[in-house]
Ligand binder design. Structure first.
Ligand SMILES: [Zn+2]
Ligand SMILES: [Zn+2]
Length: 353
């Protein structure tokens, strides 16, 4: 089959590789759509958190891609019974491949699995979805999706599960003023999920107007371009000087952290989802002495795939404004260029093998 293979930073090649073969309790899918993630871009450029972590987060050669859906074409022994799958079904696996042996896996907190294998990062174990076929190895968490779910929405199940988890970590109460910083694909899905919580005021922040226009279409009450306007002042003015109740950081830009700590009210909840290329520097005193904040981290989308599938299948969460580009495997490098070009007006780019 044809696949993109990651050999190291800036060295991704389109190659012919052997078709995957299913072992016991394993599933092979024909990949229908595979999303390009901000983490793939950071990995492509050799971001420090990917290549110098301990243990290393990336082990090449590996086929990238962790946001993908496909049609079941082969079932290993016992897989049909274990997952309730038939040939021809649409299926998706959760992005993390838990070890099921560490303290976290054994207590149901599999998304924090100690070995942290995410599809598309550990060569030889968890090859990802940037290929014609993919294998869900033994131990994967596999979900069936409705056959009529469009493939391009199927590739959004993974990021939507992350968005649902992050919004739930915000513990939004009725009438709250909620600010979401960063209107990338996940931010735009967080916005739609937060809307379901019926907040009093839903505010979207970004530096690009076209993203804020989409945020408006998806239900933001107020959008603020932080490159053009003092967002802290504006949010305080909108809340009688108190600040927002909940701030969800989904931009991955270090400046978004002090901005959030400044605009959040006392006793508010700050959710950290973004991944930073550099450390964020803040006055830590704000968290305790000045505001007694709840700081909630958010990682992956545990237990939320079924809900993400339902929301996309029923159009409760719109995917049409999120998927902006679809490219074949051969155009993988163009996909990266488009994703990194601030003038391309891209949100989510899909590879369609
Ligand atoms: Zn991702
Ligand atoms: Zn584990």
């Amino acid at each position: 089959m044809r696949a993109i293979v990651n050999y190291g930073p800036l060295d991704y090649r389109l190659e012919n590789v052997p078709d995957p073969i299913p072992g016991p309790e394993e599933v092979i899918i024909k990949v229908k759509a595979s999303g390009l993630c901000a983490s793939d871009l950071k990995c492509y450029h050799g971001g420090p958190s990917f290549w110098q972590g301990n243990p290393p987060y990336v082990k090449p050669p590996v086929i990238p891609g962790h946001e993908f859906i496909g049609e079941v074409v082969a079932l290993g022994e016992g897989a049909k019974e274990k997952y309730g799958l038939e040939i021809g079904d649409k299926a998706v696996a959760e992005q993390i491949l838990p070890c099921w042996e560490c303290r976290f896996c054994k207590t149901g907190k599999y998304w924090m699995c100690e070995r942290n294998y995410v599809f598309g990062f550990q060569g030889g174990i968890d090859d990802g979805g940037m290929a014609e076929y993919a294998k869900f190895p033994k131990g994967s968490i596999i979900h069936k999706a409705p056959k009529d779910l469009p493939d391009e929405y199927g590739a959004l199940i993974e990021p939507l599960s992350c968005a649902i988890h992050a919004v739930e970590r915000g513990e939004i109460q009725l009438g709250d003023t909620v600010v979401i910083s960063g209107m990338g694909p996940i931010g735009l899905m967080m916005l739609q999920v937060a809307k379901l919580k019926n907040p009093g005021l839903l505010i979207a922040l970004d530096t690009r107007d076209f993203r804020l226009e989409i945020a408006q279409k998806l239900g933001a009450d107020i959008v603020i371009n932080v490159a053009k306007e003092d967002a802290v002042k504006r949010v305080k003015d909108l809340t009688d000087g108190y600040g927002c109740d909940v701030y969800i950081e989904a931009s991955g830009y270090p400046k978004s952290v002090p901005q959030g700590l400044d605009m959040i009210r006392k006793l508010g909840t700050f959710v950290e989802f973004g991944v930073f290329a550099e450390p964020a520097t803040v006055d830590w005193t704000i968290i305790g002495d000045r505001k007694e904040l709840n700081i909630h981290g958010s990682h992956l989308g545990p237990y939320r795939y079924p809900l993400a599938i339902e929301y996309l299948a029923k159009n409760i969460i719109r995917g049409d404004l999120i998927v902006t580009h679809k490219l074949p495997l051969e155009s993988f490098k163009d996909a990266i260029k488009i994703a990194e070009d601030p003038n391309s007006n891209s949100i989510k780019i899909l590879i369609i093998p």
